[in-house]
Write a new protein. Structure first.
Length: 352
């Protein structure tokens, strides 16, 4: 079968919130804080990094481990129950284990991390011992050549990821999640093969619609690449069902974490298939998260601004929990009714 692309309409920026929406402009609705611990990455994925590279922040401008933990503590004080460590690539940060230990000491319901997985052979066991509960790994192709094309090479291969997966399982991360960014004409022919992985493994494979963010390699000369590369997850589901049978919806409350994926199972499968459809079916009215950038900005939405600087509260003269909470309350007010069709900052600076 050929590439299955779909031209999506530009999202209507006007009010879209249904009557049943309880948030997201309420601090009480925030259950997840995504913490970007670095903007650096050891890969150069085409949907994340610009063609001519990216200028990384000076390390002295990144939050310290203590400051990251202080923001997490403030979030915990208002009822945030889930924390996700992201990057860039979080495993390239030298004091990552200290951050994990500090947040775990806050006794959250769930502490997870998203990673490209290539450094897990050395880090999976220490991360588990430090208190990390779950891992989500990026895995965009089952084919070595396509994997290298999508990730930019950088000396890492599909085999390095496979070794990382093995190490994660050996360390006790049993309910692994995998994020597959589906890109028309590049890896969309592999979706059924990815879904097939769930038949005999207790994994959740999640298909994510390509989202135009910042100035990635796929965003050429201002081209509206959603028309070229974004594949509606409805088409992804149809291809999977055509090859593997009907998808049966799973109660989202039964899925670890509080993410936005709609989750299904295939007949007789041990694992699950998920769909994150931010482009074709925005879920802004039920968004339950805030993001913290590696430089200390709280961000209301992956796509649209709404940033609030926490540095004054973290450095005057010691972290001020109440002030951080007030900044979080201000940040949720910046959430859009429906996000725009293109994000204004690179994925590597936001952690997805």
């Amino acid at each position: 079968m050929g590439a299955m692309t779909l031209t999506l309409p530009i999202l209507d920026p006007g009010p879209q919130r249904p009557s049943y929406a309880q948030g997201p402009r309420s601090l009480a609705s925030v259950k997840l804080l995504r913490l970007s611990v670095t903007d650096r990455c050891n890969l150069r994925c085409v949907y994340c990094m610009p063609e001519d590279g990216v200028s990384f922040y000076d390390r002295k401008d990144l939050l310290t481990a203590e400051q990251i933990i202080a923001v997490a503590q403030a979030a915990r004080s208002i009822g945030v129950t889930h924390f996700k460590l992201t990057g860039g690539e979080p495993t390239v940060r030298a004091d990552l284990l200290q951050i994990v230990q500090g947040i775990k000491a806050l006794d959250p319901d769930d502490l997870s991390m998203t990673t490209n997985g290539v450094l897990l052979p050395k880090l999976a066991k220490p991360l588990r011992q430090a208190g990390l509960d779950r891992l989500t790994l990026s895995w965009d192709s089952l084919r070595p050549d396509t994997f290298s094309q999508l990730t930019g090479g950088r000396g890492y291969s599909l085999n390095d990821l496979r070794l990382g997966i093995d190490a994660a399982q050996e360390a006790g991360f049993t309910q692994l999640k995998f994020n597959v960014v589906v890109i028309g004409g590049m890896n969309d022919s592999e979706v059924a093969d990815f879904a097939r992985l769930t038949l005999d493994r207790p994994w959740t494979v999640r298909f994510i619609e390509y989202m135009p963010l910042g100035d990635s390699k796929l965003l050429v000369d201002g081209l509206d690449t959603a028309n070229l590369y974004t594949v509606d997850n409805t088409l992804v589901a149809k291809r999977i069902e055509h090859e593997l049978g009907p998808l049966t919806e799973v109660d989202r409350g039964d899925e670890p974490g509080v993410g936005p994926a709609n989750v299904f199972t295939l007949p007789g499968a041990l694992g699950r298939v998920g769909f994150i459809s931010a482009m074709s079916q925005p879920f802004c009215e039920t968004c339950n998260r805030l993001r913290l950038t590696a430089t200390g900005h709280l961000r209301a939405c992956l796509f649209d601004g709404g940033e609030v600087d926490t540095l004054p509260a973290l450095t005057s003269p010691t972290p001020d929990t109440q002030q951080i909470v007030e900044l979080m309350a201000r940040c949720v007010l910046e959430k859009p009714d429906t996000h725009s069709s293109r994000g204004n900052r690179p994925m590597s600076q936001l952690g997805g």
